[in-house]
Design a protein. Structure first.
Length: 407
């Protein structure tokens, strides 16, 4: 019997279509629920989807539930899947109300609310930064006095570095509190060290595919300084270097402690003078199209592997670990519009055969703010069999390729 899967928002962002493609490819019947009218769906999506329902707001659990209950009157809905951070809570709520197996509302809450997440993991013996979630300024001041500076201030349920600031003293903390005007926020001990992420596809709480990626430099520094051309690189040494065993063991313990079952996961970590520390996790794929790097470096269709986990409860491809793969973000030298590029000819002459793809907005394109992310302006992605050689190549890109803008 075919498995019936409801998938939230199949057409936006653009790579959502890949999840639908993969579900269809492994034999599922896929119903999409999204905010766009059916007429706007691409021809491919119309082919892959068995049915489509439109809602006004995909994050409105009540709206989605009404559509799912209507569907349940016609088919047995086996899975309800969402892979975007903003959609996972609504999906979990609807699952529980409609009796559909999958990630629970408790797990999605713990994977989004950072203070509650860390409290649960500290209780499980997993090393985390000291943290507090509060809307009370006096309580936050007392936490700062106890823990000391620097501290990290961020939204309780934010994704990535959005809305995150480092505060180094009382004056900066007061400024951050004033800017947030009594909102409920997360305040954390600043952890010194190298930052990376550990991503998985899990089945029934067991990791079946795993990937380790390194940031250069750490995200907060990268998102605040225009002159930096930040990188992240997925290593192909995950199974060859014993130093990753601790990261992998921590990741498995976090997955178990938070009750993550069959899902993609994205876990951030730090390693420094205080050892390995957990940062945060999402029960979803990573952002910034990191899965593209995993697919290219391991010569697999990673979306199909996710679909196999969801539909059939087993993997179907072996990771080759043949390549390391990474991205470098190239920032315009000022705000304004793109004027042109320097150094591209030299890059392609020396390393063109290792370039996976690139995004170079044409002259006249408005620039995006530095803190808008790794893919907001120009970027180049590359792969190579040797991780250290790839790092050197991406460093060369950062030194050589310049994005010129005019105000």
């Amino acid at each position: 019997m075919p498995v019936d899967v409801v998938f939230l928002e199949p057409s936006f962002p653009a790579n959502q279509r890949e999840f639908v493609r993969a579900l269809h490819a492994v034999g599922a019947r896929v119903t999409g629920i999204g905010e766009r009218p059916k007429e706007s769906l691409s021809e491919d999506l119309r082919h892959w989807l068995t049915h489509y329902e439109q809602v006004r707001n995909i994050t409105d659990a009540g709206e989605v539930e009404a559509k799912v209950r209507w569907l349940q009157g016609r088919v047995k809905v086996d899975r309800l899947e969402a892979v975007v951070e903003a959609h996972v809570s609504a999906a979990a709520r609807v699952r529980e109300r409609c009796g559909i197996p999958g990630t629970t509302e408790r797990t999605t809450f713990l994977c989004r609310d950072k203070p509650s997440m860390k409290e649960a993991l500290r209780a499980a013996g997993i090393p985390c930064a000291q943290s507090l979630g509060s809307d009370n300024a006096d309580e936050i001041r007392a936490f700062a006095a106890s823990v000391g500076f620097p501290l990290i201030v961020k939204p309780r349920d934010g994704a990535g570095a959005a809305g995150t600031v480092r505060v180094n003293n009382v004056a900066e903390l007061e400024r951050a509190l004033a800017e947030r005007r009594g909102r409920d926020i997360a305040v954390e001990e600043f952890i010194e060290g190298h930052e990376g992420f550990y991503d998985t596809i899990t089945i029934g709480g067991r990791v079946v595919h795993e990937f380790v990626t390194h940031y250069y430099p750490n995200v907060l520094e990268a998102m605040r300084n225009r002159w930096i051309s930040p990188q992240f690189i997925a290593t192909n040494r995950v199974d060859a270097v014993s130093g990753y065993d601790e990261v992998k063991a921590m990741g498995q313990r976090v997955i178990e402690a938070l009750g993550i079952g069959t899902s993609a996961t994205h876990m951030e970590w730090f390693f420094g003078p205080k050892g390995l520390k957990f940062s945060e996790i999402g029960c979803r794929p990573p952002g910034v199209r990191a899965w593209d790097l995993y697919a290219a470096s391991n010569e697999i269709d990673i979306y199909r592997e996710w679909a196999m986990a969801v539909v059939h409860g087993r993997p179907s491809q072996k990771l080759s670990r043949r390549f390391a793969a990474g991205i470098i973000a190239l920032r315009p030298d000022r705000d304004g519009v793109i004027a042109g590029y320097e150094g591209l000819e030299e890059l392609h002459r020396r390393y063109g055969h290792w370039i996976l793809d690139q995004h170079l907005p044409p002259p006249g394109t408005p620039t995006q703010p530095v803190d808008a992310g790794y893919m907001a302006n120009a970027w180049i992605r590359m792969k190579h069999p040797d991780y250290d050689d790839l790092r050197s190549m991406l460093d060369f890109v950062g030194r050589t390729v310049k994005v010129r803008a005019r105000g």
